[in-house]
Design a protein around this ligand. Structure first.
Ligand code: SF4
Ligand code: SF4
Ligand code: FES
Length: 231
């Protein structure tokens, strides 16, 4: 099976005698049998740790879960610094969680969670921080400061948690470089290995923002015309 792997600015072709293998198995085989200098990240080998995310044919996948195909073109994640070959520096991406304050801000000790309450944001709790959604998001081409899909999903997780006594503070935090910068393109949802829809979470945060008195800045500013309709 022949595949091409991006290394620095070039693509290098490898021919590997493997069938029905995961991409991670293929990368390990290349490293052990052909080229020990090939660099990539991995950990759990079972879609849990999130460390092996990369792109195949322009789509984000987990290397330990993806069945590699003849002719596949393999590249590192986008929107993050490439350290070497398929290894990226996720620091800037992970800092979005800190900027968006994806944690319980003020703990309401009186709130008791029912099973129904737990279901509300159970899916968002499954994020493995693989960075696939961050890589797929087109907004980074125009706004490097965008809080981005997984951080905004993290915000929704706590805004929807009744143990959070200050959800309004969280809504305030995502008004700049946050919910209104998303194009709702849904690319993040399509690549998430945990079936999380950050787009849907952002829409819910927009609804909460509107209820809190915020408006979409893209549609404010008194636009009007002779017909009298104004925004
Ligand atoms: S829906 Fe929003 S957050 Fe998701 S990829 Fe598109 S622009 Fe980015
Ligand atoms: S939301 Fe999904 S794609 Fe994004 S970091 Fe979490 S698990 Fe990965
Ligand atoms: S090696 Fe852990 S998710 Fe792939």
């Amino acid at each position: 099976m022949k595949v091409r792997i991006k290394r620095d600015v070039n693509f290098v072709e490898y021919d590997v005698a493997l069938q029905d293998a995961t991409l991670l198995e293929l990368l390990n085989t290349i490293k052990m049998q052909q080229d020990s200098s090939l660099a990539f990240s991995s950990g759990c080998r079972s879609s849990v740790c999130g460390s092996c995310a990369m792109r195949v044919n322009d789509k984000e996948v987990l290397a330990c879960a993806y069945k590699v195909q003849e002719g596949d073109v393999i590249e590192p994640l986008r929107n993050v610094e490439v350290l070497r070959d398929l290894v990226v520096n996720m620091d800037k991406a992970f800092q979005t969680n800190k900027r968006a304050q994806t944690w319980l801000q003020t703990y309401n000790k009186e709130a008791k969670l029912t099973h129904e309450d737990e279901k509300i944001n159970a899916l968002q709790s499954d994020c493995i921080l693989c960075g696939s959604c961050y890589s797929a998001c087109p907004v980074y081409a125009v706004n490097a400061e965008f809080l981005g899909p997984f951080a905004l999903t993290g915000v929704w997780k706590y805004v929807s948690d009744k143990r959070e006594a200050s959800p309004q503070e969280k809504i305030d935090t995502v008004q700049t470089n946050g919910v209104w910068d998303c194009t709702l393109c849904n690319e993040c949802t399509l690549v998430c290995p945990q079936n999380i829809s950050s787009k849907a979470d952002i829409e819910k945060l927009r609804m909460k923002s509107t209820m809190a008195g915020y408006n979409d800045p893209n549609f404010t500013g008194g636009l009007s015309f002779d017909g009298g309709l104004s925004f």
